[in-house]
Structures are given as structure tokens and as C-alpha cells.
Write a protein that binds this ligand. Structure first.
Ligand code: SAH
Ligand code: SF4
Ligand code: F3S
Length: 495
């Protein structure tokens, strides 16, 4: 295996940067400091919003989608009802993502677009929350440039939403409450889950990895794990409510339990996978680091855990990986893929890739292309590197022109699309178990479900099939979607 390149040899940090970075990295949360609070809405806040309506506009990852479900639950506990129409709403929240600059620009555009609504309805409250709210520059920009925003609160302040809404109603000024960190986990917050078949369950908050390009450790704080018991209890409750599938969520799920000490992610997957009545368990996101044999065995041996692993690689070049502080090499990653494939032969792998990291050379990029060809991912999320203020990589010289980065993104997409197409073709005429999740996004007369490998399959059938899992013969397909027909259990071909 190639000698590991230490990132500090390659990333030159200013003193200021180094101080912020090392300070941010230091305070890992001690299990003794972690507080598990039982949330309860103050009695006087119930029915304060009866007859009123809210809308939440969500950007970013599943973590944010799930936070939206929690905020919706809190608002409904106050008496609010949900609406999807701007002009009907008494409260509109932007649950934002800070991971790339274009995500932020979109939000500012939307805030501008909604300004006229404030004139039509002076009672309307507008709020900004999520990861952008954690950034000091965003807080200042909102106060200065977008004063019609009534409320700004951070990712650590979600449980305070009902109180903050009441303050905003009674104040002329923008209410701002953003805690920089939190050692607390709030259990039993009310949640209004969007779907009826699949549910997200947080198992861990925050991230301690500090990849040099990434803003998440700053916006979400240090890693904090929920207890195994509270997670299992939540999953049992979801089964009782009729959910068939859970996806356990964290930025770095492989590290689950490290802060608690007595359990790890393998234990958690086995425990959740054995909850009576649960049909499917998924997880995201796994950093390649700390993907132990114990974990691979837990995935392989727990029948309900699906054979799909999202395993972000980011780059195929050791130079770039080191500068990113990813903590693994190309060789380590490829060996991990082999270990996984040996234990779980039919596993589907997907990934995230950043092109155009500062100083990425053509050679570095070709190393990424060759890794993509070697692994053969089912699909990949690909991004052009976006500098985020306050992260170490934002200080790196970046001589690579945007036109070159865009060209690389296109070349990568072309290679990946060919692979995805080839893999889709392999599904043809096979019979696979599909869990029907609902109706298709583009045609409400067609049902949409997924294979255990996470491929979307469209099936013609009655709505009563929603929530059922049954064998489907794949009859047709393109790069991203498959079509199929339900077949009788007995004609199911051996996979
Ligand atoms: N915790 C997950 C990633 C969360 S962010 C993990 O480590 O896998 C989702 C994806 O956004 C990352 O995998 C990365 O590919 C991309 N990303 C993060 N920061 C970025 C940046 N500054 N520019 C471009 N893409 C970025
Ligand atoms: Fe960001 Fe890295 Fe943490 Fe993922 S593991 S959230 S990319 S710092
Ligand atoms: Fe974005 Fe925050 Fe998720 S920055 S990707 S919404 S953790």
C-alpha cells in the first residue's frame, strides 16, 4: 500500500485558519457531557396557532429533510396546519443548505422573490434556518440586506421553534437565535413524516471528520450519538404506525456510538434490523474510514439491511484525497470495495465526487475517472468544488479555470452515465423484490417503488399496492429508471 501522505504537508493554513480549525476539531464531546433531554411543548404554546398555516421550503441533504419533518411536527403541535401555497401561509421557513455556494444563492433569490408577499400580508412571518443560519456572514447579510426576514435560528435551536415564533410575532426586529454548539439531544420531539412507507431516523448529529472543503462540521457541530435504546424505540413506534422501511441518518454513521463508548454502528444495524415487522433498513452516509469488518458482517448477515452502500469517494487521486483530509488513499478505498463485494456479492455502490478541487491536475482527474471505471458505481452525485469561507481549502491557491472544471464534470458524467446504463441493462428480465412507495412523480397513474439495491422501478397497478413488497420482473429500463410487472411469488427466479 502506498505511503500515506499527511494532509498538513500539503495544505498550508494561515495562523488564523489553523487556530479556528484546530479549536473546532478539539472539543469532541465527552459522553458524560452529552445531555439527553425529553422534549415537551410548553402547555401555554398549544393552540396558539390554531387556524394558521405554515410552509417550509427545504434545501440540502436528508438530514435537512428530516429536520423539516421535526419543525412541521412542532408547528402542528402549536396548532398550525401545513400548506404548499405561498399566499395562504402565515409562516414561511427556508430550511437551508450551506454545502455549496449555488445552494446559498438560490435561497437569497427566493427570499427576494417572497418580499412582495409581506406587503400583501403584513402578518406573514418569514424565517431562515438550517445550515446557512449557522454562518456569521449569512446572519449579518440577512440583518443588513434582507431585514424583512423576521426570524433566524440555527441547527442547534430547532427545539426552540415554538418559542421563537411567538417572539417573532411580538417583535418589530428580526429575532436571531443561533447557538454555535450543542451537547444536547432532544428526544420525543413531535414529527410529521411526509411519507407513509419510508421513514428517516436520526442516529447521530454533527461530524468530527473535518474534510478541508466541507462546511458541515461547522454548521452541525460535533458528533453526538443517540442511545441505541431510543433509536430502537423510535423504529418500533414507526412499525406500529405502518412504516415498512427506515433509513438511519448521520453525516458519518460508521462512527455511531464512538462518543457513547459501549455500542458501535454494527450493533445498531443489527438491533434496528431485528425490530419485529421492519421490512427494510438503509443507512447514509458512510465515510470509507472506519468501515470495519464487523460492520460489513452486520450488513451481510442482517436480512432486512439492504444491499446498497453510499460510499462517497470524492476523488481517485491520492494527492487530492490528502489535501481533502479524507484520511484514506485510493488503494485503501479500492481494497474496502473488494472487502465489501466479497462479503455482499450483489451489493450496489453509489458515491459522491468533487471535481476541480484546488490545484487538481489533469492527471488527478484521470485517476478519478479510472477509479470510477474500476468500481462501476450504480450512480454518482458529482459536484464542482465550491469554496466555503472558514474552511481550510478555501485558502488554497486555485489556478484551475472554471471552464476546465466544467469540462471535467461533463467528462465524468459521460463516463458514469455509460456505466449506469450498462448496469441498468443488467437488471433487464430479472425478477426482483420491489417495495412500492407511492405514485410516480411524473405520472400519478403509475406506481413507484424501489429494489433493495435502491433502483427506482415503475409498475402499473392499483394504489392498494402502496406499502407492499413483491416480486417484479424488469421489462424495460433507461439509465435512471426501470419499468416492471408484478409476478406471482412462485415464478420468482432465483437471484
Ligand atoms: N457526510 C457525507 C457528505 C455530506 S455533504 C460524507 O462525508 O460522505 C454531501 C456531498 O457534498 C459530499 O460528499 C461532497 O461530495 C459534496 N461537498 C461537500 N462540500 C463541498 C464543497 N465545498 N464543494 C463541492 N462539493 C461539496
Ligand atoms: Fe463533510 Fe467530511 Fe463530515 Fe462528510 S465526513 S460531513 S464531507 S466533513
Ligand atoms: Fe447541506 Fe447542512 Fe446537509 S450544509 S448537505 S443541509 S448538513
Amino acid at each position: 500500500m502506498e505511503k500515506e501522505i499527511h494532509p498538513k504537508n500539503l495544505v498550508t493554513l494561515s495562523e488564523d485558519e489553523l487556530r479556528t480549525w484546530s479549536q473546532a476539531r478539539r472539543p469532541k464531546i465527552d459522553a458524560n457531557d452529552l445531555v439527553n433531554e425529553k422534549y415537551q411543548l410548553a402547555e401555554e404554546l398549544r393552540h396558539t396557532a390554531d387556524g394558521k398555516k405554515f410552509k417550509i421550503i427545504t434545501y440540502g441533504c436528508q438530514m435537512n429533510e428530516h429536520d423539516t419533518e421535526t419543525m412541521a411536527g412542532l408547528l402542528m403541535a402549536m396548532g398550525y396546519e401545513e400548506t404548499f401555497v405561498d399566499t395562504e401561509a402565515d409562516l414561511i421557513l427556508f430550511n437551508t443548505c450551506a454545502v455549496r455556494e449555488n445552494a446559498e444563492n438560490k435561497v437569497f433569490g427566493e427570499i427576494g422573490r417572497l418580499k412582495p408577499l409581506k406587503h400583501q400580508n403584513p402578518e406573514l412571518l418569514l424565517g431562515l434556518c438550517g445550515c446557512m443560519a449557522q454562518e456569521k456572514v449569512v446572519q449579518e447579510k440577512v440583518l443588513k440586506t434582507y431585514p424583512w426576514i423576521d426570524l433566524v435560528f440555527g441547527t442547534h435551536n430547532i427545539h426552540r421553534l415554538p418559542e421563537l415564533v411567538m417572539q417573532a410575532i411580538h417583535s418589530q426586529d428580526t429575532i436571531l437565535e443561533v447557538w454555535d454548539k450543542s451537547d444536547a439531544i432532544y428526544e420525543h420531539m413531535p414529527k410529521s413524516r411526509k411519507e407513509g412507507v419510508r421513514a428517516w431516523v436520526n442516529i447521530q448529529y454533527g461530524c468530527n471528520k473535518f474534510c478541508t472543503y466541507c462546511i458541515v462540521p461547522y454548521t452541525r457541530g460535533r458528533e453526538r450519538s443517540r442511545t441505541l435504546e431510543s433509536i430502537v424505540d423510535e423504529v418500533k413506534g414507526l412499525v406500529e404506525e405502518g412504516f415498512q422501511e427506515v433509513t438511519v441518518l448521520g453525516q458519518n454513521v460508521n462512527d455511531y456510538g464512538i462518543d457513547i463508548g459501549s455500542v458501535d454502528f454494527a450493533d445498531l444495524l443489527r438491533a434496528v434490523g431485528h425490530v419485529e415487522g421492519i421490512k427494510r433498513v438503509r443507512f447514509t452516509t458512510s465515510n470509507p474510514w472506519n468501515f470495519t469488518d464487523r460492520l460489513i458482517a452486520a450488513i451481510a448477515e442482517t436480512e432486512t439491511v439492504c444491499e446498497h452502500i453510499h460510499l462517497p469517494v470524492q476523488s481517485g487521486s491520492n494527492h487530492v484525497l490528502a489535501k481533502m483530509n479524507r484520511g484514506y488513499t485510493r488503494e485503501f478505498y479500492l481494497q474496502l470495495v473488494n472487502r465489501i463485494r466479497r462479503a455482499i456479492p450483489n451489493v450496489a455502490l453509489t458515491t459522491d465526487i468533487i471535481v476541480g478541487f484546488p490545484e487538481e491536475t489533469e492527471e488527478d482527474f484521470l485517476a478519478t475517472l479510472s477509479l470510477v471505471r474500476e468500481v462501476e458505481y450504480e450512480s454518482a452525485y458529482t459536484f464542482i468544488y465550491s469554496p466555503r469561507a472558514g474552511t481550510p481549502a478555501a485558502r488554497l491557491e486555485d489556478p484551475v479555470e472554471m471552464a476546465v472544471k466544467k469540462d471535467r464534470l461533463q467528462r465524468l458524467a459521460d463516463v458514469q452515465n455509460q456505466i449506469s446504463r450498462r448496469i441498468s441493462d443488467r437488471y433487464l428480465h430479472r425478477t426482483l423484490d420491489v417495495l412500492i412507495e407511492g405514485v410516480s412523480k411524473t405520472n400519478e397513474n403509475i406506481l413507484s417503488g424501489r429494489t433493495r439495491s435502491n433502483k427506482i422501478v415503475l409498475v402499473d397497478g392499483p394504489r392498494s399496492w402502496i406499502g407492499q413488497e413483491f416480486p417484479v420482473e424488469i421489462t424495460n429500463g433507461n439509465t435512471f429508471t426501470l419499468w416492471g410487472q408484478r409476478v406471482e411469488e412462485k415464478s420468482r427466479l432465483a437471484e
